[in-house]
Design a protein around this ligand. Structure first.
Ligand SMILES: [Zn+2]
Length: 276
């Protein structure tokens, strides 16, 4: 089936998800468009994705970085925690993946059978996501103004994206959230290789966790740590994919690429919120 038809059917089969970003009314399908009662219209493109922003937003994510990210995530860098979340999803769930980027984790979550929507503010990221062979639906949207109706989802997934908790609780009130944040040793081989001796050599998630716990005091925090083996080619793509590398001194970056580690450390907290 053509993707544009497949994604149009996704919207038809899951009513009361999408909200018009202009007037807030429900969006339903009309052929290959989403349209509200006030005739605001958003067309699906050939890949079956839709852009809900009224003007493009420039982001720091380049094509090179997104392609590197696709390679590294396809190789499985995030699989342990994505699979832990997927194990708690089923066909009756409606899942929203916040800031989904190029969509590899979203597609993996959708394998649970859950109705899965991923959005990102980066149009190039959603273009790449649209090329994936997955049942998930992808759109370009703004974290602060989610184009979804109140109570439209039961599960929020937020992997490394900022928390817009008022909006999360609006679109999934009473639902749950799985949020992943970096711990201090996340990608430590990069931090130490690129920034040894500077204040960027260490990272603390204290403020992120404080803000989360202020919004959701009963959140459960599960530490998760593993080593992910990388060959030199894959390591160079890890360097390429993260904003951590972009401001690094060129000599440090070249020295690190010339002498790559055999594995990189993934050190994160998997946080569960049970009642948004
Ligand atoms: Zn409208």
């Amino acid at each position: 089936m053509r993707k544009i038809v497949q994604k149009s059917e996704f919207v038809a089969q899951h009513p009361q998800l999408f909200a018009c970003p202009i007037c807030g009314a429900e969006l339903t399908t009309d052929q290959t468009s989403l349209v509200c009662i006030n005739q605001h219209r958003f067309d699906l493109n050939k890949k079956g994705t839709v852009n809900f922003l009224n003007a493009p937003v420039a982001t720091e994510y380049t094509e090179t970085m997104l392609t590197a990210r696709r390679a590294v995530l396809s190789a499985g860098l995030f699989n342990p925690f994505v699979d832990a979340i997927r194990a708690e999803l089923g066909p009756n769930n409606r899942v929203l993946d916040i800031g989904c980027g190029e969509g590899t984790p979203t597609a993996r979550l959708a394998q649970s059978g859950a109705a899965t929507v991923g959005f990102d503010i980066s149009a190039p990221a959603i273009k790449l996501a649209g090329a994936l062979d997955t049942a998930a639906f992808f759109c370009v949207a703004d974290l602060a103004h989610l184009p979804f109706l109140d109570d439209s989802f039961d599960t929020i997934v937020d992997l490394f994206s900022p928390g817009a908790y008022t909006e999360f609780s609006r679109v999934a009130r009473g639902g749950r959230m799985f949020k992943v944040v970096p711990n201090s040793d996340y990608l430590m081989e990069l931090r130490q290789g690129l920034y040894a001796g500077t204040d960027k050599a260490s990272y603390s998630n204290t403020r992120v966790l404080e803000r989360l716990l202020a919004a959701y005091p009963t959140a459960e925090i599960q530490p998760l740590r593993y080593e992910f083996p990388v060959d030199p080619m894959l390591f160079s793509q890890v360097v390429e994919m993260t904003p951590l590398s972009w401001q690094a001194p060129t000599d440090k970056r070249e020295a690190l690429l010339a002498n790559p580690p055999a594995a990189i450390t993934v050190d994160v907290s998997l946080i569960r919120v049970h009642n948004l």
